[in-house]
Design a binder for this molecule. Structure first.
Ligand code: ASP
Length: 622
């Protein structure tokens, strides 16, 4: 925090509580802030005075300043006070090297109480005291007085500042798009806002500025960015918030490489400016094909700070004629049925206890697997585990080779449908990586994953859902897959060749979290109409929902693409926090409540009347 400019002097203070140094010895100073801690030794009262910039020790001596001493005796924690006096070097041996101001103290001539404070509901001056999170959220303004929370918000501010600088330096224009708009689907429910002026109608809050930023490209803005608030009404699984912040950007006349190239450079600059002490693992960022990432890491947001890659056991379990012949029924049936048998090696885990293995099996089941096979490599290479006896020595050797496992390692195997196998092993890999402390917590390991499938078949609705963004473009070599149909736009079937098309969609991951995602868009109107149609929108629905963009595309749309990065996640990762709530000033709880403002709350009767609304109740879920 030292490099930031100090606020100008005001009638309340000449310096901040983080500013005074040995060089100031002998000068007069006036400080204002909160009483962080008070120690009363009778004739001497010590006050640690705190503001955002730091803490300064104040000494009030009854012999020198009886009035100030009387006031100081009355102050309590979190009172807001002003202290005037002389800066003095501390007695040798009493300096506090933990404080930037720790070599000096302010010898008070005058102490003024500006405001008293109730006893706070939790300790603000003990960084290690565990505090119930709902209490912190209820009194967030007190929570933010704590150094840890405050420094995270300051870091976040630096992050956003660095983002702005990097974009301006590259010719981007910051444009604010409105929050009262029409639905922009990003896979969640919309928050809607009833219109008073047009009764019976609603605005939707943006799930993202997606359509507007594309329209800005049609408008010729060329390079746009925004620190955009997005609103998504979803069940708050995991670490989600109903409103969150994205760095949203879009560029014209670009291909995938151009967007990824700019974003990578920007991400490096922003990381170096915001957290200069944290090394970036690999530059250029590794780029994985989606299929490759799933195959090797079981995840489309791989944590590449450690290895422990997944391996395919099919070759080791298959006989010379190509048919499954491992001797273990579950493996053979899985392979014969088109499933996958894959594994992962836990280094040095061969001695895991029964209980530890049961725990891993439980986790695998929770993630959706039917079971988890474990094989410990014994001295001499023999495999040990409940199913080892079914595997012939050659098979065991082949499994060990595929697993690159040595004595003392533990081979974990899942046999299931392809997706389940990858997904479960991917999650187990993350879990084991954390348990074994394999990842360097200081490192920033960015990587790209791209070329996701365009669509996945949604049997329930009989349509091809976009796997990511409904506006994502198809890689040039797969364009024909979207156009080779009978021409009847309203026919959708699971065998459509479009199901094999890959998208110009790229995600950026950081330390195992999805940091952002974007795509080069479909900018050709006919292709866009066809893509929307595969996604289940009839021509009428398309016009109704995406009329503006479809119409705009008739007036000359440039090729364009962009991305959005989650600023909350980025800040949380920079601050090494497990939840984004720790880097948000006023987050909501898991059930979407603001405990401090007590939102959401019932509307006023008058508001109902003006809007012509009344609650009829929510239908009971059956
Ligand atoms: N609008 C997308 C999202 O919110 C990002 C993008 O494709 O630019 O995830």
């Amino acid at each position: 925090m030292s490099a930031e400019p100090a606020p100008l002097a005001t009638p309340y203070r000449t310096h901040t509580c983080g500013q005074l140094r040995v060089d100031d010895d002998g000068r007069d100073a006036k400080l204002a802030g909160w009483v962080h801690r008070r120690r009363d030794y009778g004739k001497l009262v010590f006050i640690d005075l705190r503001d955002r910039h730091g803490i300064t020790q104040v000494v009030v001596d009854a012999a020198d300043a009886p009035e100030a001493h009387a006031t100081a005796s009355r102050v309590r924690s979190e009172f807001v006070i002003v202290v005037e006096g002389a800066v003095a070097r501390r007695q040798p041996g009493t300096e506090n090297p933990k404080l930037a101001t720790g070599a000096v103290e302010l010898q008070a001539r005058m102490v003024t109480i500006l405001n008293e404070a109730k006893t706070p509901p939790f300790y603000l001056n003990d960084p290690d005291a565990p505090i119930d999170e709902s209490l912190r959220l209820r009194y967030r303004y007190l929570d933010i007085r704590r150094e840890a929370m405050l420094s995270r918000l300051v870091m976040r501010s630096r992050l956003v500042h660095a983002i702005r600088e990097a974009h301006h330096a590259s010719g981007f224009v910051e444009v604010e798009t409105p929050n009262l708009i029409k639905s922009t689907p990003e896979g969640a429910r919309d928050f809607i806002v009833p219109s008073r002026l047009q009764p019976g109608t609603v605005y939707a809050l943006p799930q993202s500025p997606q359509q507007l930023k594309q329209l800005l490209m049609v408008a010729g803005v060329d390079r746009y960015f925004q620190i955009a608030r997005c609103f998504r009404d979803e069940d708050m699984r995991g670490d989600r918030q109903p409103e969150f912040t994205q760095l949203d950007l879009e560029m014209s006349f670009v291909d995938e490489a151009a967007v990824m190239g700019f974003v990578e450079q920007m991400v490096i600059e922003v990381s170096r400016a915001t957290v200069p002490d944290r090394p970036i693992r690999a530059i250029p960022f590794p780029v994985f094909e989606y299929e490759d990432a799933m195959e090797r890491y079981g995840s489309d947001k791989p944590d590449i700070r450690f290895g422990m890659e997944l391996f395919d056991l099919a070759p080791a379990l298959t006989g010379p004629d190509g048919s499954p012949a491992s001797g273990f029924r579950v493996f053979d049936e899985t392979l014969a049925g088109g499933g996958r048998v894959k594994g992962m090696t836990g280094p040095g885990l061969g001695g895991a206890s029964r209980r530890e293995i049961d725990e891993l099996t439980e986790i695998a089941k929770r993630f959706g697997a039917r079971g988890l096979v474990h094989l410990a490599v014994q001295p001499g290479g023999e495999l040990h585990g409940p199913i080892a006896k079914f595997l012939a020595p050659e098979t065991q050797a082949a499994v060990r080779a595929a697993a690159r496992a040595g004595e003392g390692d533990l081979i974990l195997v899942i046999a299931d449908k392809a997706e389940t196998t990858n997904d479960v092993l991917g999650r187990l890999r993350v879990e084991l990586g954390a348990r074994l402390g394999l990842a360097d917590p200081n490192e920033l390991a960015y990587c790209w994953v791209h070329h996701f499938p365009m669509y996945q078949w949604d049997a329930e609705h009989g349509r091809w859902d976009a796997t990511h963004n409904p506006f994502s473009g198809v890689v040039p070599e797969d364009e024909a897959l979207l156009t080779t149909t009978s021409g009847d736009l309203d026919v959708r079937d699971p065998g459509d060749p479009a199901g094999r098309a890959k998208a110009m969609q790229y995600d950026i991951a950081l330390n195992g979290w999805e940091l952002g995602g974007g795509s080069v868009r479909i900018w050709n109107r006919d292709l866009l109409a066809r893509s929307f149609n595969l996604q289940g929108y009839s021509i009428e629905q398309m016009k109704e929902r995406f009329g503006a963009i479809l119409e705009a595309f008739e007036y000359g749309a440039p090729p364009h693409g962009g991305i959005a990065l989650g600023i909350d996640r980025w800040a949380a990762l920079f601050a090494n926090q497990a939840t984004i709530r720790e880097v948000m000033a006023f987050p909501k709880t898991q059930s979407g409540s603001d405990l401090m403002l007590e939102a959401p709350s019932a509307p006023e009767e008058e508001q109902f009347q003006e809007l012509g609304l009344r609650f009829v109740g929510v239908p009971e879920k059956r």
